[in-house]
Write a protein that binds this ligand. Structure first.
Ligand code: FAD
Length: 899
């Protein structure tokens, strides 16, 4: 176990105005009550998550996590918020995140027309020079130009930005976190930290009574600020533009509110340009102002009053200095945002200079939201721990994007090198609401996509924030954001999607029936009538299926429970269990549509991941994103007919193939029927839930031709596939899975998945025949007696006068397909289908039998089979005509009249 000592870091000037212990005691009585008792508990306490640092970001993480039902412990060394606020401006995106925990209304939002404006002045009361713009917006042609300081009203969000001093906002978030059940321990300092494969141990010091304790956690969030003792102790380095300046500031109040008049012209920030004073004055809009010295002149504390008057340009103002501060103007990004079970968020992960885009705290609050839902999913066993690796994969590039944007824009261009000046600047709306995530938890964020674009420019691409629209749901008008920022949700229409989502516990919103403006949302999500869009709990699009032109390269990973045995654990392709009687078995399975190809693909992806993990291979953070082929939906491939419910294993020397031999067919009405160049079908064994068996178990599936078969492009079908199961396979319920890979004339490679109905493996060995009487009974009624093999052998002998008639169902289906019907349409009414097939069998047999030139007639799956199915339900046909017994006697009488 690695033990890391954390040294207390003194951050800037020590604040002499801390809350006293007594005041704190009255403010948080429960914190002090039973302190000794709590200490006892701390010694042995284990919690799911510890957050270190109770600044804006740590508190946000606590609120986001607690709102999802996991109670974190937050450790903060100070008694409350710093007296000297720093942040003031919060983006619409931050407010969207706060909206998800019902905080939006508690935080005053800025007027829609508000723009943060800065002007260069000699002094506030003196000469005014030009306005300095934060960014140069791109014109229609993408060139820099124009004013570029965005009015938040232009944002396609239900929220406005907010302007509130950090020390006023922190208590609001803290209260919300406490309401959700977070355990916030102030005056407590983390002094050292250790982690191993199982957990993280934190050693704590109570700064009031000096007692020492420790706590263990499954995961730790380090929100411990830019000098992050945890990051330093972990040895994580930082890169970036680096340290530029140390800035000293004075927080003051002008008692007669005389400074307010300078805001009337619409400016809130003033750059003071005097030969002996370079400074910056801004307001927290609550009566407090701050002066920041941008020069390097050393000043005595007694000089501040005079300097403030110089900056304002007036002597007739009364100044009350509240406190002074000191902070580093630096741009530094941690080289990794996670190490084992510890995750860096906020300034600990990225220190960004203050700017008018508000990249510091806002980026940190988004970090907190990103890691919060992932930790909760993993702790609640809804996701595998690998999901956590996507935190660094998603958030670090955003930090870098913002880092680079700062230097590409006017405010800091003086600090940028030549490269910084050349960098593309993204629109503010793109930076706030339109950044793109790429990670293993996003599928289909193509490499051609830009790192950010405005919400209007996006069209539901995976990796982007799902769009905001006002929609009507029942009587209420809500923002779409309210539908998806709390958990996973699938936007779709149609039962097949709902079924697939339901087995994973993913709620669905039916765009046709649940919403009144579903069509508009469908357009925004970039999907069509049969498409679907899967939205993550942070409101980002994880994956989508457009519909007729759906990208289907990959599907999201890591969102289901981890376990070594995918067959047992992937509770994914669960189907209705076959009914008890034979009719139930037949019809339920017969009607069961294959799962959407994408979902099966998903299962397969997960299975591959599981297998690789089991083999001890590491899984890369981000999957390879290949170009997106397009396919039709539903899958145009089908199994010609279901497998029999009972199958047998094949012992050495035996050839008991799975029956009937599966035939994969392509729907002739599909566009693929004319554009397919080459197609192969690979078969594998699935468990009863539809998840592939482990690789070594796949060896129990055997075919003399291997496991890959060609699907004839001319005939739109495979030959019957001969596969058998070895005698060593355990007796259980199984399915066959078929992966169809085809190449189109246009050079695209498409992949589809089919799954068969479930079948039982019944017995160990061929039943013994005693005195010519077959042993039968429940569990011993396998229909396989090798007759297909026998018939094929007889056919090969080519004996004159011997007629062999194969599979009337196949002939019937082919005939109907020639007439333009799809397989679904042919099988839509199962009763009608089976009746038709049986009628034809009877007619054919009658016809053959009525001709005396036909000496021997051998039927594969003739009347007795159909009768058996029909009879199981009391008979499709009148029992006196076509009961099994009647049919057999009838046939025997006709074929062997003298016996
Ligand atoms: C002048 C100025 C203006 C700014 N304006 C904006 C703005 O308008 N918008 C914006 O988005 N950003 C702004 N920022 C940036 C913003 O203030 C920071 O990004 C943000 O405060 C970082 O929050 P944090 O929670 O990550 O870190 P902090 O606020 O630094 O919190 C870290 C906490 O961890 C605690 N801690 C540290 N070590 C330990 C330990 N060992 N044990 C227990 N607790 C510990 C500390 O006491 C502290 O409370 C501004 C910054 C400056 C300097």
């Amino acid at each position: 176990m690695l033990r890391i000592q954390i040294y207390s870091v003194q951050n800037g000037k020590k604040n002499g105005n801390r809350l006293t212990a007594e005041f704190h005691r009255s403010l948080y009585p429960s914190h002090h009550k039973n302190r000794e008792q709590q200490e006892e508990q701390h010694m042995t306490e284990h919690v799911p998550i510890v957050i270190v640092g109770g600044g804006l970001v740590g508190l946000s993480a606590a609120a986001f996590i607690a709102s999802r039902g996991v109670k974190p412990v937050l450790i903060e060394k100070h008694p409350g918020s710093s007296l000297h606020p720093r942040a003031m401006g919060y983006t619409a995106r931050t407010m969207e995140l706060f909206r998800s925990i019902d905080l939006e209304k508690k935080i005053p939002q800025i007027d829609a027309s508000f723009r943060l404006r800065r002007v260069k002045v000699e002094s506030m009361a003196g000469k005014w020079f030009e306005e300095t713009h934060w960014s140069e917006a791109r014109g229609k042609d993408g060139q820099k130009g124009g004013k570029g300081d965005h009015a938040p009203s232009a944002m396609p969000s239900p929220c406005m930005g907010a302007a509130i001093a950090q020390d006023r906002l922190e208590p609001i978030i803290r209260t919300r976190a406490l309401e959700f059940g977070a355990d916030i321990r102030l005056n407590t300092q983390v002094t050292s930290i250790e982690q191993d494969d199982e957990c993280v141990t934190l050693h704590l010091k109570d700064r009031l009574n000096r007692s020492i304790s420790s706590i263990t956690a499954d995961y730790v969030i380090a929100a411990d600020g830019h000098s992050s003792p945890i990051r330093e102790a972990l040895g994580i380095k930082r890169s970036g533009r680096g340290h530029m300046q140390t800035v000293k500031s004075v927080l003051f109040r002008e008692t007669n509110n005389k400074l307010e008049e300078y805001k009337e012209r619409g400016y809130q920030q003033f750059s003071i340009e005097q030969p002996d004073l370079k400074a910056f004055v801004t307001t927290y809009s609550d009566g407090r102002w701050v002066l920041m010295y941008t020069d390097d002149v050393e000043r005595e504390p007694s000089a501040h009053q005079g300097e403030i008057r110089k900056a304002v340009g007036r002597d007739d103002i009364d100044i009350d200095i509240i406190t002074t501060g000191c902070w580093d103007l630096s741009a530094l990004i941690a080289d990794t945002f996670s190490s084992g079970r510890i995750f860096l968020v906020g300034d600990s992960a990225h220190q960004l200079p203050p700017n008018r885009g508000g990249y510091g705290a806002n980026t940190g609050i988004e970090d907190a939201h990103n890691i919060a839902w992932k930790l909760v999913e993993v702790l609640e066993k809804r996701a595998r721990p690998e999901l956590l690796a996507t935190y660094d994969a998603e958030r670090r590039p955003i930090a870098w994007l913002r880092h680079d944007q700062i230097f590409a824009r006017s405010d800091y261009s003086y600090q940028a090198g030549e490269n910084g000046k050349k960098a593309i600047t993204y629109d503010d709306a793109a930076m706030e609401l339109g950044q793109l995530y790429r990670s293993a938890a996003i599928v289909g964020a193509g490499s051609e996509l830009p790192p950010a674009a405005t919400p209007e420019e996006w069209n539901g691409q995976p990796g982007t924030r799902a769009p905001h629209l006002y929609v009507s749901m029942g009587e209420d008008q809500i923002s779409t954001l309210d539908l998806f920022q709390k958990g996973w949700v699938l936007f779709c229409s149609g039962e097949h999607w709902k079924e697939a989502a339901a087995v994973n516990g993913i709620p669905t919103v039916d765009l046709d029936t649940d919403l009144r403006h579903g069509e508009e949302l469908r357009r925004e999500l970039g999907i069509n009538m049969v498409g679907a869009s899967l939205i993550r709990p942070d409101g980002y699009i994880a994956w989508r299926r457009i519909g007729t032109e759906a990208p289907i390269t990959e599907t999201p990973k890591y969102i289901f429970p981890p376990d070594s045995s995918p067959g047992n654990q992937l509770n994914f392709a669960r189907r209705r269990r076959p009914a008890e009687n034979m009719q139930g078995q037949l019809w339920t399975e017969y009607l069961d549509q294959p799962f959407p190809a994408s979902v099966l693909h998903w299962v397969e992806e997960m299975w591959e991941q599981e297998s690789r993990l089991q083999r001890g291979e590491t899984i890369p953070d981000s999957p390879q994103m290949t170009s997106s082929p397009t396919i039709d939906f539903p899958s145009p491939f089908q199994l010609l007919e279901p497998l029999r419910h009972n199958q047998r294993r094949s012992y050495n020397g035996e050839s008991r193939f799975i029956s009937p031999r599966p035939v994969v067919i392509l729907d002739k009405s599909s566009p693929l029927a004319t554009s397919m160049k080459y197609c192969t079908v690979t078969v594998k064994l699935l468990d009863q839930e539809g998840s592939p068996l482990l690789e070594d178990e796949q060896d129990h599936l055997f075919s003399p031709q291997g496991k890959q078969f060609v699907l004839s492009v001319a005939h739109h079908r495979t030959a019957p596939i001969s596969v058998k199961l070895t005698g060593k396979i355990e007796l259980r319920e199984l399915r066959l899975g078929f992966t169809v890979v085809c190449e189109t004339n246009e050079g695209e490679t498409l992949r589809f998945h089919l799954t068969s109905n479930a079948f039982h493996l019944l017995r160990d060995r061929r039943p013994k025949m005693r005195s010519g009487v077959r042993v039968s009974g429940r569990g011993r009624r396998g229909p396989c007696c090798g007759k297909t093999t026998l018939l094929e052998a007889i056919q090969k002998l080519n004996i004159g006068g011997v007629n062999i008639v194969f599979e009337m169902a196949r002939t019937y289906i082919d005939e109907k397909m020639e007439q333009g019907l799809s397989l679904q349409e042919i099988r839509k009414d199962p009763w009608q289908f089976q009746t038709e097939v049986l009628k034809r069998k009877v007619e054919l047999e009658d016809e053959l039998l009525s001709d005396p030139s036909h000496r021997v007639i051998l039927m594969e799956r003739g009347i007795p089979d159909s009768i058996a199915y029909g009879a199981a339900d009391g008979g499709i046909f009148p029992a006196d005509q076509l009961s099994t017994r009647h049919a057999r006697e009838n046939l025997r009488d006709r074929m062997w009249p003298n016996q």
